[in-house]
Design a protein around this ligand. Structure first.
Ligand code: SAH
Ligand code: MG
Length: 227
């Protein structure tokens, strides 16, 4: 099996974007910044809208995000949170941290107050959050995993312990550029990363623990409710 062309937006995705997921000026600016600095890897606008629906459907109040980049996905999610909602977004790359800080500073205060940037390695920050007063007694409402792919299973270990019953676990790019359902390996993807992503999806497919599915977005988005 050959890999699909992923660097061209399919017409049907563009149709959804134009109709249901229009970006305002700030979203546009956040996304364009990531393109300008050579990393056009944020979620699509239609996925931002999808995350907003999850938040509203599940009455999510607090979110952990792994991988801020320039704050694009964080902004989509923050817009859907209630006034007292909070998103903790974790990033370790100094350039991304600087750009995100600049970006968040531009937001109106009601949105800015909902976003807290945690600087450091995701696994370290998660360990801190586990013991922090930021963690609600029953656990966090939602985690959006969108950082280094080979660690997804470790992030899932954390999520199983720290996301509340009925809470959401969402993983982005879970097709791994087609690797998870193909015999080939896409360019620059390691076999160990492919195995890790397959393991991540397999675990979330376990109906004893989760109600889950992979949404066939351009990159694949695994979504699961913790039972
Ligand atoms: N969620 C963003 C895109 C994130 S891209 C959006 O859709 O707008 C992935 C990000 O994860 C990159 O910025 C990268 O620097 C960060 N990252 C990768 N490994 C990480 C780690 N171990 N800890 C924290 N951040 C990490
Ligand atoms: Mg992603």
């Amino acid at each position: 099996m050959k890999f699909e062309q992923i660097n061209k937006t399919p017409t049907k995705i563009q149709y959804i974007r134009d109709l249901f997921a229009k970006e305002d000026e700030l979203l546009k600016e956040f996304r364009e910044k990531s393109i300008k600095f050579g990393r056009p890897i944020s979620i699509g606008a239609e996925e931002g809208k999808l995350l907003q629906l999850f938040i509203k459907m599940n009455k999510i109040k607090n979110i952990i995000e792994l991988g801020t980049l320039t704050g694009y996905s964080a902004l989509w999610m923050a817009k859907a949170l209630p006034e007292d909602g909070k998103i903790y977004t974790i990033e370790f790359d100094p350039t991304c941290i600087n750009i995100s800080k600049e970006n968040f500073a531009k937001l109106p205060s009601d949105l800015r107050n909902k976003i807290e940037l945690l600087e450091g390695k995701a696994l370290d920050k998660l360990k801190e959050l586990e013991k922090s007063p930021k963690k609600p007694q029953s656990g966090f409402d939602m985690i959006f995993i969108d950082a280094d792919k080979n660690n997804y299973v470790n992030y899932l270990d954390w999520a199983e312990k720290n996301i509340k019953k009925g809470g959401l676990i969402v993983g982005d790019n879970t097709f791994l550029f087609g690797a998870v359902y193909s015999d080939d390996l896409p360019h620059r993807t390691r076999p160990t990363t492919k195995e890790a992503m397959q393991e991540f999806n397999r675990r979330l497919a376990d109906s004893n623990k989760f109600d889950g599915v992979i949404l066939p977005t351009e990159e694949g988005m695994t979504v699961a409710i913790k039972k």
